[in-house]
Ligand binder design. Structure first.
Ligand SMILES: [Zn+2]
Ligand SMILES: [Zn+2]
Length: 444
């Protein structure tokens, strides 16, 4: 790596050691000596900008508990993160054991999210790591993205990355992507509301491959299609890339912290060292690495932000609120009798067989191969999608859950050019379990 590429390099000086920051989590100045001696985080407090309390209070969403996810979680709890949500749908297979520090032979067949969460909490007993056994695209509400201060991805497919990218933009949250193959990998950081975003980084070939998925990446894909092929990965490179990802999370969290002064005495903030809109590539054959600067793509579909001032938290739940209820509220709030609702994602309304003239109401977000075949005549059925409610359709008495939308989701209410957003916050405690439900107002 070029010397020039190491921006904001951080070193420990004797002065730093003499001006130790308060740990914040325990004891006062009288115990400083002891803290620097043998307390759990004493070595971190020697880093001038490190704020253990900030880390303890941060809320992190980890998507994926595979090779990268395991290393991400391990690094998060080792560095003292306490509020972590981990999402994964899969169960542990034998081949996962070679790349997953959190899994044991006895865990084969168990859920990845739950097992990873439990193992991570064994590493750091004060951490709360809560599992969500779900597919991030179909079964996780946008409120989950809004809950998190930082989103870290340990994924193996592009569709899920596109979905996370769009969702992180909507909910105004930074996200850190990681990808590994063989003994090489890349880590990318995307800040909310600041292009380039992940979708901007896709080249022509990526675009062609993902063309169908771009507008709504998770729609119309079956789970099988999303999983793609088996990618060769190693625990060595997953630890390198996940290390960079968690290090970037630490920098984002401390971005308002001063690390130095320039020649004129102006502060240099840690923010300047964040890999924003850039990618760190590690090439394992020769152990070379380089930084890619991404550029904003014109007409990128993903640059859509929910105005935080227009995001309202409704204390109702997705099992209580019907579409008619929400529509009425939208019309009252917007003062417009023609306001309508827009879902966070497309929902399969019906499967229709044109051969035998039969149809089946489905109301779910995820397609499956079985659904495509007519139960009566075995011919292929047509999928009919819906993405909102205008008051005209016949499903207004259904609750959000009965329409197939995930809990803790966000529904858009629109009237002409004006739009507001309803977060179904009554679901928060059900989805977040023992994690704190209050959301951080803004990132530092
Ligand atoms: Zn973009
Ligand atoms: Zn049929």
């Amino acid at each position: 790596m070029d010397e020039e590429q190491i921006e904001g390099a951080i070193s420990i000086s004797l002065e730093d050691i003499e001006n130790l920051p308060q740990d914040g989590l325990s004891s006062g100045p009288a115990n400083k000596q002891q803290e620097t001696g043998d307390s759990r985080f004493s070595r971190f407090s020697l880093i001038s900008w490190w704020d253990q309390e900030k880390i303890a209070n941060a809320k992190i969403l980890v998507v994926g508990a595979g090779a990268l996810g395991n290393e991400i979680l391990k690094n998060l709890v080792l560095t003292g993160f306490r509020n972590i949500l981990v999402v994964d749908l899969d169960n542990i297979e034998h081949s996962n054991l070679s790349r997953s520090v959190l899994y044991r032979p006895d865990d084969i067949g168990k859920g990845k999210a739950e097992t990873a969460a439990k193992a991570a909490m064994e590493i750091y007993e004060d951490a709360v790591v809560h599992p969500i056994d779900a597919n991030i695209c179909f079964n996780v509400g946008l409120g989950v993205f809004g809950w998190a201060d930082i989103i870290i991805g340990g994924l193996d497919n592009r569709a899920a990355r596109l979905w996370i990218n769009q969702s992180a933009w909507k909910m105004n949250r930074p996200w850190i992507d990681g990808a590994i193959q063989g003994i090489s990998g890349v880590a990318k950081v995307f800040l909310p509301g600041t292009a380039p975003c992940y979708e901007c980084t896709l080249n022509e070939m990526d675009m062609q491959l993902a063309e169908k998925q771009l507008r709504n990446p998770c729609t119309g894909l079956t789970l099988k299609e999303m999983k793609g092929g088996k990618v060769p990965t190693t625990p060595t490179v997953s630890s390198i890339i996940a290390g960079i990802q968690v290090q970037e999370a630490l920098k984002i969290l401390h971005s308002d912290t001063m690390i130095d002064e320039d020649l004129d005495g102006n502060p240099i903030l840690l923010e300047s060292a964040v890999l924003a809109g850039r990618g760190y590539h590690f090439e394992g054959l020769n152990h070379t690495s380089y930084i890619t600067e991404y550029t904003e793509k014109e007409l990128c579909n993903a640059h859509y932000v929910f105005d935080p001032d227009k995001l309202y938290k409704l204390e109702t739940t997705s099992d209580e609120a019907t579409l008619d209820d929400l529509l009425q509220q939208a019309r009252d709030d917007l003062g417009n009798g023609l306001a309508c609702l827009e879902f966070s994602r497309n929902v399969i309304h019906k499967m229709v067989c044109n051969d035998c003239d039969s149809e089946e109401e489905v109301f779910q977000t995820m397609a499956s191969e079985e659904m495509a075949t007519c139960k009566d005549c075995s011919k292929e059925r047509e999928t009919q999608w819906i993405n909102g409610y205008t008051g005209e359709e016949n499903y207004g008495e259904r609750t959000l859950a009965q329409v197939g939308l995930p809990p803790f989701d966000v529904v858009t209410a629109r009237a002409e050019m004006e739009e507001i957003y309803y977060e179904i916050s009554g679901d928060a405690s059900r989805v977040l379990g023992p994690l704190p439900t209050e959301q951080t107002k803004h990132m530092p």
